[in-house]
Ligand binder design. Structure first.
Ligand code: NAP
Length: 296
């Protein structure tokens, strides 16, 4: 029976650590870090994520604001807003809540961010910094996974890690993090064209599923004792629930937990870490920007 990696508890520890570091920062006479979240349109899931981010920021002593716009905001208007936030010394972190309405090119908007305020780590400069081992901002979900592993005492050095999924948001940055000098895993990244994926997965000491398909990873794909990290969030119908569905991961949790050494649940595993790492990134942005302003 696997040890459960409790993302809720670890996220609470990270948030408490960020709170203590923010208090120490403001005690030195600095203003609190400031996060600007841009929300366009009326997607209820996005609105709920943004509320969660606002609440968590307050809990960590971070000033946050939601800049909310109707769906018909034009791309040019949004780019103008980003430009204003980029140049506003009172703003340390900028997060554009995705998805954006179809008439706006999300990538163009992300690439218009000042990389030093890109607390979601999605700007190409931050992807390049991560790939080349320089300090930048790492996307919050993969950063959260590394924190989960670290705080569970799981050492990756020399271990065989297999990441299923190659998105810019999760799979690729996670592979780069695991590959870094000092972390030193041997990393394989799988995707929809991987030949005999179950055989590759079975070689993993650390197996990460970031696919978006319910129960994709079955027990026969897991090496006994492996660490299994489930990033997926999938809705499946469930008439016994008031809302008519429940959330499950990409891993067949009930079967895999009998074989794995460590496992993250869904919900309550990777999910809660994402917001915690956003708070950490926002404080880091405030500290780095303050240092540059002092030296200019
Ligand atoms: P994505 O951009 O859709 O990428 C999915 C990846 O899975 C792609 O690389 C795709 O391969 C691969 N894939 C799809 N079907 C496959 C198959 N049958 N066999 C092998 N690989 C397959 O998704 P994402 O943004 O990385 O997100 C992945 C999951 O994590 C989603 O469920 C998402 O909701 C969840 N997520 C959770 C959090 C969190 O905070 N917990 C954050 C972000 C995402 P190809 O590249 O070949 O198409």
């Amino acid at each position: 029976m696997a040890n459960l990696i409790d993302g809720k508890a670890i996220s609470a520890q990270v948030r408490a650590d960020v709170r203590a570091d923010v208090d120490a920062w403001t005690a030195q006479g600095h203003r609190p870090p400031h996060l600007a979240v841009v929300l366009v349109g009326d997607n209820p899931a996005s609105a709920s994520y943004v509320r969660g981010k606002m609440k968590a920021s307050q809990g960590a002593g971070i000033d946050s604001e939601t800049l909310k716009y109707d769906t018909d905001l034009s791309e040019a208007e949004l780019l103008q807003l980003i430009d204003r936030l980029n140049h506003d010394d009172a703003v340390d972190g900028i997060l554009v809540q995705l998805p954006l309405p179809d008439h706006i090119d999300a990538d163009k908007v992300i690439q218009s961010l000042n990389p030093d305020k890109d607390v979601d780590g999605l700007h190409v400069v931050n992807a390049g910094r991560l790939a080349t081992g320089q300090a930048g901002f790492v996307p919050c979900t993969p950063a959260g996974i590394m924190e989960l592993l670290d705080r569970s005492g799981i050492n990756l050095s020399g271990q065989r890690a297999v990441v299923i999924g190659r998105s810019n948001l999760v799979g690729k940055p996670l592979a780069n993090l695991m590959l870094r000098k000092g972390t030193d895993a041997t990393v394989t990244v799988c995707h929809s064209r991987t030949r005999d994926l179950p055989a590759v997965a079975r070689e993993a000491d650390i197996l990460v599923a970031a696919i978006g398909r319910a129960h994709f990873v079955t027990a026969d794909m897991v090496k006994p004792g492996a660490v299994v990290i489930d990033v997926g969030i999938n809705r499946i119908d469930d008439a016994t629930r008031e809302r008519g569905y429940r959330l499950v991961g990409d891993v067949d949790f009930e079967a895999v937990k009998e074989k794995a050494g460590w496992i993250t649940p869904v919900p309550g595993g990777v999910g809660p870490m994402t917001i915690a790492m956003l708070l950490r990134n926002t404080l880091t942005a405030a500290q780095r920007l303050a240092a540059t302003r002092q030296t200019v």
